[in-house]
Design a protein around this ligand. Structure first.
Ligand code: BV8
Length: 262
């Protein structure tokens, strides 16, 4: 990667007080998790309205759970990739940090991310429709489809479906971070699903330096300060000096002499 391509970002990261990252399905693509809207996207094979809505679940909980069980079995075989690891590395290097993910696959946490919000829930949690209780369920495959709570109530995936409100605390935390961050990295999202897709606009309007990493241009590209097109697992480690920092742990984003010194 041309050093000129990273100089500005290094400088910004070096003096940033608060860093935020927004991720979408593209950050997990190289782990083998299908995206939603790409050529091999999940929505190509299924209509979102048929599966990722409360109405679909009411209509046919077995069909919706068969889709989620298939996704859980696939994700269970996937490991975090260098993009997830680079984001966890950035968190450790940043004074004040928040990862905002739209992904439900749990790979960021496996990669070591701690300060994060999952805007659309998590595919490894289930919620009882009778008691409202949320529990972790790692069964692969599920023991029964649809799964039931000990109380006999139907369990649903603890994810946010279309037409459902996002978890208010997570959403508030995400907008607070977008409004106050100095740098926002936007990685692997088509930026079409609201309200998450509004976060980069809010950050830019508040003066954040917005950097997009995506295979291709998106509706965000025109508002980003920098756009890097390519695979996140290849670009992000280089962009964040993640790989070279491993060899020289005092290099990235630190003090005088590092590549980001003003
Ligand atoms: C809500 C469920 C209101 C879990 C998902 C205007 C304003 C507000 C809302 C709306 C609005 N217009 C329409 C709406 C409603 C709707 C919406 O936004 N619809 C869209 C389609 C127009 N929004 C909602 O319904 C939301 N709720 O607004 O509620 C409300 C308020 C109060 C009370 C009641 C209701 C709920 C949205 C959440 C929906 N749930 N998933 C699951 O099963 O997964 S959305 C689904 O899309 C996933 O969660 C995913 O995270 C999300 C976003 O997709 P992306 O992550 O961006 O993935 P995608 O495949 O699209 O793109 C991948 C990108 O990666 C591509 O750009 C590709 O180029 C790139 N890429 C691929 N490979 C790589 C890569 N990049 C780098 N490297 C690679 N290797």
């Amino acid at each position: 990667m041309d050093p000129a391509e990273t100089a500005e970002l290094y400088k910004r990261l070096g003096r940033a007080r608060r860093v935020a990252v927004l991720t979408g399905a593209g950050v997990s693509a190289e782990s083998g998790v299908p995206t939603f809207r790409g050529a091999d996207g999940l929505w190509r094979k299924y209509r979102a309205e048929d599966l990722a809505t409360p109405e679909a679940f009411r209509r046919d909980p077995k069909l919706v759970w068969e889709w989620y069980d298939w996704r859980r079995q696939l994700i269970a075989r996937c490991q975090p990739n260098p993009a997830h690891q680079a984001i966890a590395f950035l968190e450790r290097r940043s004074q004040d940090f928040l990862l905002i993910t739209q992904n439900v696959d749990g790979l960021h946490r496996l990669a070591g991310s701690i300060r994060m919000v999952e805007l659309h829930g998590n595919i490894w949690r289930v919620r009882c429709l009778e008691e409202g209780k949320t529990t972790e369920n790692l069964d692969v495959p599920l023991q029964a489809i649809p799964p039931r709570c000990e109380c006999g109530g139907l369990l649903r995936p603890d994810v946010v479906w279309f037409g459902e409100a996002l978890p208010p605390e997570a959403l508030q935390e995400a907008f607070d971070a977008a409004e106050s961050c100095d740098v926002l990295l936007v990685v692997g999202t088509s930026a079409v699903v609201q309200p998450a897709a509004s976060l980069p606009m809010v950050a830019r309007q508040r003066g954040a330096y917005v950097v997009e990493v995506n295979l291709e241009p998106t509706p965000l590209t025109s508002l980003a300060n920098e756009s890097h097109h390519g695979k996140a697992a290849e670009i992000l480690p280089r962009l964040l000096a993640f790989d070279s920092a491993f060899r020289n742990p005092h290099s990235a984003f630190e003090g005088p002499g590092g590549p980001c010194s003003p």
